[in-house]
Design a protein around this ligand. Structure first.
Ligand code: 13P
Ligand code: SF4
Length: 336
């Protein structure tokens, strides 16, 4: 229920920003977040790349497909999205009447940024016989220009839902697109985008690490570049990688994706060893700077003041919704 006090407090916070607020350091943020969830009938959805504290307080942790499916079926009044902007935006597209908040509105995505809608529209217009399959890591503007959306866990099914001779544009991730081309035998036209985190891994250092840890399996996200994927023992979405570590009999893994997922891997397999895949240079790390903009403090504040909120023009939302719904239908039919 919107009280006048909440509206005024929110306006004040929106003007000054969270940084100017004096947050009592003795506050137990975990129990405060639990209290706010009940008080506001809110659901807290978090991606695996969030910091461990946020993962521990979430109602649901998942990959992009799981998060979209949860967002679609929730009956909560408020969706608190601990992830990046395109994820919260997807939740809003599916839930126009609910308030969708995100701890930091600036939590973006380099992959999504690599595909600006006006440029992509020109590219698409040059290939009028192609259908467009877009990876969910893109803006609502790109989704609105797409025929169907996919995630890393359903991309193969989505692409294979089209006849073999159907020309396809795949955007924005050239690495995931290339991987799907190789596994399906298609020749999709790829937009030249990539994720800054998954492009950072060093083939040479991983090879050296494998020599030192001969029993370790390399598990990689399909956003990684082809040379890394070529030597990987298993390739999958974040949920796929986590499931693999639970069902596989090895005791050691080199993990080529963002480090946030290691928290769940270690929780599920306390007896196993997980080594983050080494990046190209020694001052870079495989933390996503966008995902890591969200903190437990900002999460608490965004729930308390119900801001920053995701908003969108209705016409854009309607156009972006169709390809997401198509993805959810195909995924449900495939049992994903
Ligand atoms: P998934 O969790 O769907 O595998 O996606 C990874 C990612 O890069 C999210 O930004
Ligand atoms: Fe985007 Fe890469 Fe960060 Fe995922 S890990 S949010 S794809 S920049």
């Amino acid at each position: 229920m919107e009280t006048e006090m909440l509206v005024l407090a929110r306006q004040d916070v929106e003007q000054k920003g969270f940084l100017d607020l004096d947050l009592d350091p003795t506050l137990d943020l975990f129990s405060e977040i639990e209290r706010l969830k009940k008080e506001k009938n809110a659901i807290l959805l978090a991606h695996y790349y969030q910091e461990p504290d946020i993962q521990d307080v979430a109602d649901y942790i998942g990959d992009s497909l799981g998060l979209a499916q949860q967002a679609e079926k929730t009956d909560a009044d408020m969706i608190v999205f601990a992830g990046v902007h395109f994820m919260a935006e997807t939740a809003k597209i599916l839930n126009p009447t609910k308030r969708v908040v995100i701890p930091d509105l600036k939590a973006g995505c380099s992959l999504s940024d690599s595909c600006p809608p006006p440029l992509f529209k020109k590219f698409k217009d040059q290939h009028p016989d192609h259908v467009v399959v877009s990876y969910i890591n893109c803006s609502a503007g790109i989704k609105a220009l797409s025929d169907v959306i996919c995630t890393s866990s359903n991309a193969k099914f989505i692409v294979e839902s089209f006849p073999k001779d159907q020309p396809i544009i795949f955007a924005p991730d050239k690495n995931l697109g290339g991987y799907i081309n190789r596994t399906t035998g298609r020749n999709m036209l790829l937009w030249n985008g990539a994720c800054m985190v998954h492009e950072i891994f060093s083939l040479e250092k991983i090879t050296r690490l494998k020599v030192r840890h001969p029993n370790a399996k390399l598990i990689a996200h399909p956003e990684c570049e082809e040379p890394i994927l070529r030597i990987a023992d298993y390739i999958g979405s974040t949920t796929g990688l986590l499931k693999f570590t639970k069902s596989d009999s090895s005791n050691e893994y080199i993990v080529a994706t963002e480090t946030g997922i290691l928290h769940q891997m270690m929780k599920a397999n306390p007896e196993k060893t997980f080594i983050p895949a080494p990046p190209d240079n020694s001052c870079a790390c495989n933390d996503c700077p966008h995902m890591k903009r969200n903190t437990l403090e900002k999460l608490y504040l965004c729930m308390k003041y119900e801001t920053p909120e995701i908003t969108m023009e209705e016409d854009l939302r309607q156009r972006a919704k169709k390809p997401i719904e198509r993805m959810l239908e195909i995924s449900a039919k495939a049992g994903l």
